[in-house]
Design a protein around this ligand. Structure first.
Ligand code: NAD
Length: 368
């Protein structure tokens, strides 16, 4: 169990700094009440870094991110930087962090909190109690495969090419992450590809099967074609525990799964590797339409921090405390505008953080 934690904090643009302020409040609370101490180094990222340094992430942030226990990121981007050179756009900072830290496994939980069950576009009986985790391969596949490009065929036609490519080790390392996580959950993994029409998908299935047989036979493994998985996520999402899939299918399936919960302001994510580097960030962007108005829901970032406690600091006990407190605050009807419902109390970003802090004390006292 870790007691001294080193963190790189990159609040970024738009609502990023506002929601990160609420995480800092929680860190302060944990220092006072749970014996944790944080060594924090903070820097700009995205548009803020372009303004400060001319690049969307500093070399120092990358180097420090590699050495820290975790990187916490807010959000990047906004209309102010829409016209900057493509190579140094705000999102390039995020991509460089993922690439330089070799964060090959992207974890996106989709959890439906009871108090928010009616925020989903799906029927209550389909999503109530939903708790699934998508593990997406993040640094390989068709987004990075060579050859790629657009060529002029000289006859009035052009040809666009991307290459889907995976190796044994790329498949197995993300498979290991998924199986390990399943062991801490409900012990089931569903691996998705399209091996019926793609050789890379056939290899994916063969390697997952072999890895399972060699090292994880205690975990239940099923296989599903990715198009069927897209359909099953809408038909009966609770059949899944952990879904593991490649970069392209994971991009699509994780967006679909996250929207089962109906609330962008509640969705955390983690990107990890097998040597300890990790970055935690909300799924949402910088929300320029509400930035600076105290309207942002800080829960997605707070729940991302809770994932950091669980996966990078081996403090699942404290992650449980934060997640229970978050559930209680929602049950008590405290809501930011994005999840507001009849009969609830509208809270600002900082009021939501304060309500959570108040609840943390109660939950910790009960847990003791
Ligand atoms: P967005 O996620 O920023 O916002 C979409 C909608 O959801 C907006 O109406 C916004 O107000 C609302 N919203 C988002 N987060 C919220 C929160 N925490 N609380 C309450 N409401 C919330 O997506 P967008 O509008 O398409 O993009 C805005 C900018 O963010 C763009 O520059 C985009 O490139 C960038 N972006 C960054 C990331 C990232 O940093 N990881 C992800 C997506 C988009």
């Amino acid at each position: 169990m870790k007691t001294n934690v080193s963190l790189v904090i990159l609040p970024g643009d738009g609502i990023g700094p506002e929601v990160m302020d609420e995480v800092k409040k929680i860190m302060g609370w944990l220092e006072k009440n749970a014996g944790l101490s944080f060594e924090i180094w903070e820097d700009h990222v995205g548009g803020a870094a372009i303004d400060a340094y001319g690049v969307p992430v500093s070399d120092e942030a990358i180097e420090r991110g590699k050495k820290a226990d975790a990187v916490m990121l807010g959000a990047v981007g906004g209309p102010k930087w829409d016209d900057v050179d493509y190579a140094i756009r705000p999102e390039a900072g995020l991509l460089r962090l993922r690439k330089d830290l070799n964060l090959f496994a992207n974890l996106r939980p989709a959890i439906v909190f009871d108090a928010l069950v009616d925020a989903s576009t799906l029927k209550r009986e389909v999503v109530q109690g939903l708790d699934i985790l998508i593990v997406r391969e993040l640094t390989g596949g068709v987004y990075f495969g060579e050859p790629r490009g657009i060529e002029d065929l000289g006859n009035g036609e052009r040809r666009g090419v991307n290459t889907q490519v995976y190796t044994t080790s790329e498949i197995r390392r993300v498979g290991r992450v998924a199986f390990d996580l399943a062991r801490k959950r409900r012990n089931r993994v569903c691996s998705c590809e399209k091996g019926n029409v793609m050789e890379s998908g056939r290899l994916w299935r063969e390697e997952m099967t072999a890895l399972h047989r060699e090292s994880f036979s205690d975990v239940e493994l099923t296989h599903m074609y990715a198009d069927n998985c897209a359909m099953q996520l809408l038909r009966n999402p609770r059949q899944f525990d952990v879904i593991v899939t490649d970069n392209l299918f994971g991009d699509i399936l994780s967006d679909e799964a996250s929207m089962l919960t109906g609330s962008l302001g509640m969705l955390p994510s983690a990107s990890l590797n097998d040597t300890g580097e990790a970055m935690y960030e909300p799924v949402h962007g910088s929300a320029p339409d509400i930035a600076g108005q105290g309207k942002a829901n800080p829960m997605a970032t707070i729940l991302s921090f809770s994932m950091a406690l669980r996966y990078s600091m081996n403090r699942g006990d404290l992650a449980d405390v934060i997640e229970t407190a978050a559930r209680n605050v929602l049950n008590a009807g405290v809501r930011t505008g994005d999840i507001m419902a009849e009969g609830c109390t509208l809270a600002s970003t900082s009021q939501m953080g304060d309500a959570l802090i108040k609840e943390l004390g109660q939950v910790l006292a009960k847990a003791a």
